[in-house]
Design a protein around this ligand. Structure first.
Ligand code: PLP
Length: 449
């Protein structure tokens, strides 16, 4: 497999560009992958196609990104048009009209007042930018001692140094320990007594009181913000227990802490509303987003900030001075803004958030029908997002890794994290697509013993 016909049309098989060793894949066992690469070379609607043209149904919206399905021509055309017309503008001291339009369109989807939008290029950048905004806000108000962050075990907030500090995953932290901001962690919300619950579990709202313990230990006056994924997505879909987010909100209010929802996965209809903040009826101070913001077609992320936080930072600086010393060369890139607007147009025109919400009960029924399989240890779901815990094999993660490969070979793409299989079909899925996804899943899981 040293030389491969990865792109048979474009690259001769013996061309050095097709060597496998130059590309270092992220979050992948590189040696195993390169022994037996599993590649996609085309996508359309609910399907990927491998280089031989074999269809693989997409049960994960790629990686929680392609909410409107793959290769939407409206988005491709908008990006092409934009690049031909205005390919790049600096985002410092300059901008372009689509940046303002994209920000206004996103603001229109958010809870009232959460309407100041800072653009970045990924979920990780959104998280680190949100951390800096929280620090800048407290400092602007004369509370510069608030530098500690609170997050949770089993949290995933991306891979930049801020997000790694917030992360509650030992593997993501181990090699980079003690580099970056200070963060302390509440317990996660998985409880055995909630196993196989549908939607929000009954038990565990009191786990929010971990925040009170951390406040008692560190002092509220040292804490800047609390970061949570409303549903912890990539670590297995941990749905917040009833009342849990409300309790976090109340504690934050009482102690002057900002509450940040990391909606990189939950945003743009995954939970049945535009944002999980609306699904759960809890309003955070800041929301981070990425992935489906462009239907996956361009790298982009954003931080939506409460107006009063934005104003505190802006108003603390003199009129002709930079207020916030942060930003990226590709913040609000014209092609990303074009892709974002075209994606939001599709979401709106096709009423996709409501469509996803309407499909969720069918998804839930088909999902929980897997419960009888001996390898299934737990199932959790909300909206079009689900986690299935598989009973571990000899080593933790071994089962999930094997299942992920077997599913690809059987014609289904989804994400596994450790021994959890995670489903997030596109909001455009038809019930027949769900049938196909769950049929393949059942067949492959039934072979696991
Ligand atoms: N935050 C959450 C909740 C995520 O799920 C992810 C990615 O899955 C990120 C942040 C990081 O996003 P990115 O991979 O775009 O940097």
């Amino acid at each position: 497999t040293e030389f491969l016909t990865l792109r048979p049309r474009a690259t001769p098989p013996d061309h050095p560009a097709t060597r496998l060793d130059n590309y270092w894949l992220p979050f992948t066992p590189n040696r195993d992958f390169k022994r037996e690469p599993r590649l996609f070379s085309r996508a359309s609607g609910m399907y990927y196609f491998d280089p031989q043209g074999r269809p693989v149904i997409d049960g994960a919206s790629g990686l929680f990104a392609t909410a409107a399905g793959h290769a939407r021509t409206e988005i491709a055309d908008a990006v092409h048009r934009q690049l031909s017309e205005l390919d790049f503008t600096p985002s410092f001291y300059r901008s372009h009209p689509l940046a303002f339009e994209a920000a206004s369109r996103i603001a229109g989807l958010l809870p009232t007042g959460l309407d100041r939008v800072f653009f970045v290029n990924s979920g990780s950048e959104a998280v680190d930018s949100a951390m800096k905004i929280a620090l800048a806000y407290h400092r602007a108000r004369g509370e510069g001692r608030r530098t500690l962050f609170v997050s949770r075990e089993r949290a995933y907030h991306g891979v930049n140094f801020g997000g790694v500090a917030l992360s509650g995953l030992v593997n993501n932290r181990r090699a980079f320990a003690n580099a970056g901001p200070d963060a302390v962690h509440m317990r996660h919300t998985w409880l055995a007594q909630n196993a196989f619950s549908r939607g929000q579990p009954e038990h565990g709202a009191d786990l929010a009181d971990d925040l009170l313990r951390l406040i008692e230990l560190h002092g509220a006056e040292t804490i800047a913000a609390v970061f949570v994924e409303p549903i912890a997505g990539s670590t297995g879909v941990l749905v917040p227990p009833k009342g849990y987010l409300e309790r976090l909100r109340a504690i934050c209010d009482r102690h002057g802490l900002l509450l940040v929802f990391d909606e990189v996965i939950c945003g743009f209809g995954r939970t049945g509303k535009a944002f999980a903040a609306q699904s759960f009826g809890v309003r955070p101070d800041i929301i981070t987003m990425a992935k489906a913001i462009t239907n996956g077609a361009q790298p982009m992320g954003a931080v939506a900030v409460d107006r009063r936080i934005h104003d505190a930072v802006i108003d603390a600086a003199p009129d002709d001075a930079i207020e916030f010393f942060h930003g990226y060369t590709w913040s609000a890139h014209p092609a990303a803004c074009a892709a974002c607007i075209a994606s939001l147009d599709i979401y709106e025109r096709e009423n996709l958030f409501a469509r996803g919400e309407a499909l969720a009960p069918i998804f839930e029924t088909r999902l929980h029908a897997l419960r009888d399989l001996p390898v299934v240890a737990d199932i959790r779901n909300y909206g079009l997002l689900a986690g299935i815990d598989l009973k571990p094999a000899d080593k933790p993660g071994q089962r999930g890794y094997a299942v992920q490969k077997a599913l690809f070979d059987a014609g289904l793409h989804l994400k596994t994290t450790g021994d959890a299989a995670i489903l997030a079909p596109a909001l455009v899925a038809q019930p027949a697509h769900l049938d196909e996804i769950f049929d393949v899943l059942r067949r492959v899981l039934a072979r696991q013993s």
